[in-house]
Design a protein around this ligand. Sequence first.
Ligand SMILES: Cc1ncc(COP(=O)(O)OP(=O)(O)O)c(N)n1
Ligand SMILES: Cc1ncsc1CCOP(=O)(O)O
Ligand SMILES: [Mg+2]
Length: 208
Amino acid sequence: MPSLGRLHLITDTRPGRDPLTVVRAALTVARADLVVQVRVEDSATDREAYDLARRVLALCAPYGATCLVNDRLHVALAVGTAGGHVGADDLPVAAARRVLGPTGVLGATARAPETAIQAVAAGASYLGVGPCHATSTKSGLPDPIGPAGVRAVSGAVDVPVIAIGGVTAARVPALREAGAYGVAVVGAVSAAADPARATAELIEALTC
Ligand SMILES: Cc1ncc(COP(=O)(O)OP(=O)(O)O)c(N)n1
Ligand SMILES: Cc1ncsc1CCOP(=O)(O)O
Ligand SMILES: [Mg+2]
């Protein structure tokens, strides 16, 4: 399996956003270093998720970028993405692994070493760890864990740790120093005036 990309761009499908334009811009810069996670609103239909995932996968393919689907693993399988991501309200990690099979890329959310170790034992191939910093993109989140929380998790597992939540290029060095392999972002790219430039800044911070 090719190594996991270090920059995970999560689609922003809130009203007024244009996820495909943002994905196109990010791909031109990050190319195979990009993982695009197709994340739709909970209120979206499976058909809407499927249609978006098909389009994102088609954009990713020429660049060799990885496409994953958040939550809805049946959509991931139907579209043929590399895998998916699950959290506490989704399928348990072991069940998700059974759905995706032994070779699918499976991300799991964790914010503490104990749950991280359990997720890896259950079959997670990477961990989304956070929220690292405050964010307005998702509501109802617990307090941010900061780089120290990332360090606690990354020291406990041997799979890539992807830091998420309020991540900006300026915050990447401290997260990397804490053991993060990469970062996942919504707003840092999707809300940027120039998503390609924002992607370049994140990639640069990740490769320093
Ligand atoms: C890389 C990454 N990390 C964490 C999450 C959050 O997943 P989850 O906790 O299931 O919350 P939702 O995104 O489903 O609202 C993620 N999607 N990606
Ligand atoms: C889905 C999710 N899970 C934890 S934080 C988050 C949203 C991250 O968005 P942003 O990069 O805009 O803070
Ligand atoms: Mg989820």
